[in-house]
Design a protein around this ligand. Structure first.
Ligand code: HSE
Length: 391
């Protein structure tokens, strides 16, 4: 095993309490020699080759933070004929094609259920259950930290920064929490899921994402007054037979929707398909034990030779990606110039007072993507209204 942080320790606990399944952790490679560990020091090594070059080790579990180092470890392990389980969404999303090719080439298995939705077995479901389904769309909550923050803000009126600190203390947030709050983490997970849902390995850089770090009390109040909650919702869906679009945006959720009651660090995924129709998966999306449970499930699946087959990739029915997609958004803004950036095609609601201005209207995802680098620097907040019938 590589890494003994929140997930590593969670996995250790889960392994120790699982009666039916036996796996021995032979070695744990960590970086910090001075950190106090809660298990005997003879387990630990600081030299990655103690694991990667040990022919008696048949499975490497990679649970470190650093995506580049993780890529190096995972690819070396595969080249050395070892099966790999990983939870590293940044690394997987950025190198999915290459990792899939490597496992093919070296006849090893590479499993990563914990990388998206933590305890929710969404990847395996997409692989096995939806292998022949005509999947129209998939959306949900894939980041526990932002959901935790939004829940505290909405239900208890707690300040953004206080809520973020709590999420960090509870071990939900990334070591760099901007990955969570600015929507990167949800996007990486969405890209991984898209590979299994549609067989397209998206470059995360091509996918528009926007997070919650600019949210204000006005936005929460707007939602509350209308009986809505704001959740950070990644979306991927078909725009025609062989094309998909995807994005990550905060979204208004009404109380009759599945995601409305997905609170705290829980995640939820909704699939819409031609035959199965609508399905909803929910479970803890962050935290050592929840993530450890998914890692254990992969370790167990590996023990009976399970491999992802990437069935949608084989079928190759989805061949292109578009950002030409109309969306209705709520935009809170301060400066008219900032509003003009969005090139609204239609405006359906408008409000302006001294300290609070917003519009609701139709924009094109293409335009959001074009202005993506300007967005963090301007005083606006964007929410997808999620209203149908406009695309
Ligand atoms: N920081 C992540 C989250 C951890 O909050 O969802 C689980 O991937």
């Amino acid at each position: 095993m590589f890494g003994y942080g929140c997930v590593g320790q969670g996995l250790h606990d889960v392994l120790n309490s699982s009666k039916g399944f036996k796996a021995d952790i032979v070695r744990i490679c960590v970086k910090d020699r001075n950190k106090k560990r809660r298990i005997p020091m003879e387990y630990f090594t600081y030299d990655r080759d103690d694991i990667l070059n040990d022919p008696s080790i048949n499975l490497v579990v990679e649970l470190i933070d650093d995506a580049d180092a993780a890529f190096d470890i995972v690819t070396t392990a595969m080249k050395n004929g070892k099966n790999v389980v990983s939870a590293n969404k940044v690394m997987i999303a950025k190198h999915m094609r290459e990792l899939v090719d490597l496992q093919e080439k070296y006849h090893v298995s590479f499993l990563y259920e914990a990388s998206a939705g933590a305890s929710i077995p969404i990847i395996r479901n997409l692989e096995e259950y939806y292998d022949n389904e005509l999947l129209y769309s998939l959306r949900g909550i894939l980041n526990g930290t932002t959901n935790y923050i939004l829940t505290l803000m909405h239900n208890q009126g707690i300040d953004y920064n206080v809520a973020l600190n709590e999420a960090r203390e509870k071990g939900f947030a990334e070591s760099d929490p901007t990955l969570d709050v600015d929507g990167w983490d949800a996007k990486y997970k969405l890209c991984i899921i898209t590979g299994h849902a549609y067989g397209l390995f998206l470059d995360p850089g091509e996918v528009f994402h926007y997070g919650i770090s600019r949210i204000s009390k006005f936005d929460i109040r707007y939602a509350r007054e209308k009986g809505l909650k704001i959740k950070l919702v990644p979306y991927v869906g078909k725009t025609n037979e062989n094309t998909i679009t995807s994005f990550v945006l905060p979204r208004f959720i009404s109380s009759d929707k599945y995601l409305y009651n997905v609170d705290n660090e829980y995640n939820g995924v909704i699939t819409e398909a031609a035959f199965a129709d609508k399905q909803f998966f929910s479970g803890k999306g962050a935290g050592g034990h929840a993530t450890g449970s998914a890692v254990l499930s992969d370790i167990s699946a590996n023990s009976y030779g399970y491999k992802y087959e990437y069935k949608k990739l084989q079928q190759a029915t989805v061949t292109s990606y578009t950002r030409d997609y109309r969306l209705e958004i709520y935009l809170r803004y301060n400066d008219e110039k900032d509003r003009e950036l969005f090139n609204f095609e239609e405006i359906t609601e408008y409000f302006s007072s001294r300290d609070y201005k917003y519009v609701v209207g139709i924009v094109n995802l293409k335009r959001l993507y074009e202005i993506r680098e300007q967005l963090p620097g301007i005083d606006v907040f964007i929410v997808n209204t999620g209203r149908k019938g406009i695309n």
